[in-house]
Design a protein around this ligand. Structure first.
Ligand code: SF4
Length: 385
């Protein structure tokens, strides 16, 4: 397979290339971009590693860790190790420096946690210290710098690294592929937000509570977030994720419009009233979602997930809890998640959450409704059968 890469593949040969991508950190939340991007480049197949699991980590990763870190970073070793066992030509591990965010333009920046791009070289070192495990298998390791928030320079960064593995690649086609990637990602994002809007409408019409998960995108990975959202859903509460809340104009005007008109915030997406150091994309979205949750009557409880040794989440714990609880919304935290799933303690805590949500939701909905004007009809009117 190494010879295929050395021979400057033609367009047709490119369709035989298989690209492996670890399903780690901010690949969660941007994976649809990569699917659209590589499809547009004419690459044959994109293979993602499986979700994180203790077994994956122990089998492929734990002996290759070269530094101590939060578990979502260490888990990358398991994903890379798993992909090395697969039939791939290119191992594509993006160093995601910044992210596409709906808050861009309303905040200072949309950066990833610094550990996200740095994790790649740290973990890679564990696969090269006793011989280069990538070249031994004829796999090209490609790891471009990815500034998602700077759309104009993104193609060049991707091109500069990818051309080493795909020699007939042209910058112009990378530019087009980047646009395709964004189209794919934005379509997925829109569909997820519409789904959340449907859930909220259902709650409003039926006077039912929902629960919001505040986390990082990779807590959607069952090995990182330990399926706590599913445990909650099994108690019969619809679950919303902070990163896919609806951005419907009427809804946002209902929740934030008065603050905008009174000059407290500049737009529905302004978080400067509660968070001034708005450089981190995931953190900004967590803060914005906590404001959203504190206002929306049918979110009666918020569950915060955070990984053990996450330095980024620490300073936000108190502000987020204060924002959520400012309207009497229930707040719970699972604060030290790591590779082992503490099934027993999760079960006990979910039972406690279930008790409080059942006991207090109607009271919370009523109180939060009284703080707002009449809800927009699109939320509360039943669709005509
Ligand atoms: S945000 Fe926290 S969990 Fe995520 S990479 Fe950074 S330190 Fe690790």
């Amino acid at each position: 397979m190494g010879s295929l890469l050395r021979r400057k593949p033609s367009r047709q040969e490119r369709s035989t290339l298989k690209v492996g991508i670890p399903r780690f950190l901010n690949v969660w939340g941007t994976h649809r971009f990569w699917v659209g991007f590589f499809r547009a480049l004419g690459v044959g197949k994109v293979i993602f590693s499986s979700e994180t699991s203790e077994e994956q980590y122990r089998t492929y990763g734990s002996k290759r860790i070269t530094m101590d870190s939060c578990f979502p970073v260490k888990a990358l070793a398991g994903h890379i190790g798993e992909l090395l066992e697969k039939d791939i030509n290119i191992l594509f591990v993006p160093k995601i420096y910044s992210l596409p965010s709906f808050l861009s333009g309303h905040v200072m920046d949309a950066l990833s946690c610094t550990r996200v791009p740095m994790s790649v070289e740290n973990i890679r070192a564990g696969f090269t210290r006793e011989g280069d495990e990538f070249s031994l298998r004829g796999i090209r390791f490609v790891s471009p710098f990815v500034p998602f928030a700077e759309r104009d320079v993104l193609p060049k960064y991707l091109y500069d690294e990818l051309v080493k593995a795909i020699p007939d690649l042209k910058l112009e086609e990378v530019k087009r592929a980047v646009e395709e990637g964004f189209k794919e990602l934005e379509g997925f994002d829109r569909a997820m937000r519409e789904k959340s809007m449907e859930i909220i409408r259902w709650c409003a019409i039926n006077n039912k509570p929902s629960v919001l998960i505040l986390a990082r995108p990779y807590h959607l990975d069952s090995g990182i977030g330990h399926d706590i959202d599913q445990e909650i859903q099994a108690c019969s509460y619809p679950v919303l994720w902070y990163n896919y809340l609806p951005l419907d104009e009427e809804l946002l005007d209902w929740l934030f419009g008065d603050d905008v008109r009174q000059g407290i915030i500049k737009s529905y997406f302004d978080i400067s009233d509660v968070w001034t150091s708005s450089y981190s994309s995931n953190t900004n979205e967590i803060i914005w979602a906590s404001k959203f949750a504190s206002r929306l009557p049918w979110i009666t409880a918020v569950i915060r997930l955070s990984s053990y040794e996450c330095g980024m989440d620490q300073p936000t714990f108190t502000p987020v809890q204060r924002i959520v609880e400012s309207t009497g919304t229930l707040f719970f935290k699972f604060g030290e998640l790591d590779e082992t799933k503490p099934a027993g303690s999760i079960k006990i805590r979910v039972e406690t959450i279930d008790y409080y949500v059942k006991r207090y939701s109607q009271e919370i909905i009523k109180r939060k409704l009284s703080l707002l004007k009449k809800p927009p009809p699109k939320l509360t009117e039943r669709p005509i059968a």
